[in-house]
Design a binder for this molecule. Structure first.
Ligand SMILES: Nc1ncnc2c1ncn2[C@@H]1O[C@H](COP(=O)(O)OP(=O)(O)OP(=O)(O)O)[C@@H](O)[C@H]1O
Length: 254
């Protein structure tokens, strides 16, 4: 099984350290949700795992260290702002400028599979539309489809449901969770909606102050005491009739 082990990860920007010796483990076959307040470093954590920013510490898959220069082959990162998001390299983007004259031979099954994925997200009818002519949520769905289609060993999604309506939030999180189950891959998504996180996560990692302060099943991580400590809010944590945790923020702590 391709468990991702993160040990003593330290990363930041210039002289500023944002992630300071964070350690966590993400198991394959389900969705791991990364939570934490605004600006706490969730995106930085994911970018450091993906090898997109300099970092120290160890990132290992199945016990084998993945050197930073090889991360892009095994790890796929979908950023929060999908305005120009793509997992294509800079060189590939330039090459695509001559797409029509490249004479690419695309095996017939690939467009069929890609279209099936778009249909799963309810946007198959947009297949020929230019990206410029899509709404923010539609664009997010296209790049999610690209991320899943790429089929990496480790899928990192930065707030994948932020621009989506209720139905598409469920469609996407079901698709990501099913994908992780079917392929046995690691999927980590940063999220702010804690009730949705509790519904879909096999495990939750909670970041605060540059380190991992808790990880495990939603019921262990999402306690009223932790929400007070980490988010500075009084919140009610209850279980719904369907058996899921429901988190209701009540008021900021005094
Ligand atoms: N390119 C950058 N250069 C300098 N500082 C940055 C850069 N990107 C982010 N930061 C800073 O790093 C800190 C962590 O940002 P990050 O985006 O990782 O937080 P986050 O937990 O994902 O936040 P949010 O929930 O608001 O999206 C913030 O203080 C932010 O201002």
């Amino acid at each position: 099984m391709v468990t991702l082990n993160i040990q003593s990860l330290t990363a930041g920007y210039g002289p500023t350290t944002i992630i300071a010796g964070a350690s966590a483990c993400a198991r394959p076959g389900g969705l791991t949700v990364l939570i934490g307040p605004n600006g706490t470093g969730k995106s930085t954590f994911l970018k450091a795992i993906a090898g997109l920013i300099p970092a120290t510490g160890s990132i290992a898959l199945c016990g084998l260290e993945i050197p930073q220069r090889q991360r892009s082959k095994t790890v796929s990162y979908m950023p929060q702002d999908v305005g120009g998001a793509s997992s294509l390299t800079v060189l590939e983007v330039v090459l695509l400028g001559r797409l029509r004259s490249l004479g690419l031979s695309v095996p017939a099954h690939l467009p069929t599979e890609a279209l099936a994925l778009l249909n799963r997200f309810g946007i198959g009818h947009l297949e020929s539309r230019s990206l410029d002519a899509l709404s923010g949520g539609q664009k997010q769905l296209v790049f999610l489809a690209q991320a899943l289609f790429r089929d990496p060993d480790v899928l990192l999604l930065d707030e994948p449901t932020a621009a989506l309506d209720l139905r598409h939030q469920l469609v996407v999180l079901n698709a990501v969770r099913d994908h992780a189950r079917e392929r046995g891959v690691v999927a980590i998504a940063a999220m702010h909606d804690l009730s949705l996180a509790a519904q879909f996560a096999q495990e939750i990692i909670c970041l605060s102050g540059g380190t991992v302060v808790a990880s495990g099943p939603a019921g262990d991580v999402l306690t009223e005491e932790r929400l007070r400590d980490v988010y500075g809010v009084e919140a009610s944590v209850a279980r719904t009739h369907a058996g899921f945790l429901s988190i209701t923020p009540l008021r900021p702590c005094a």
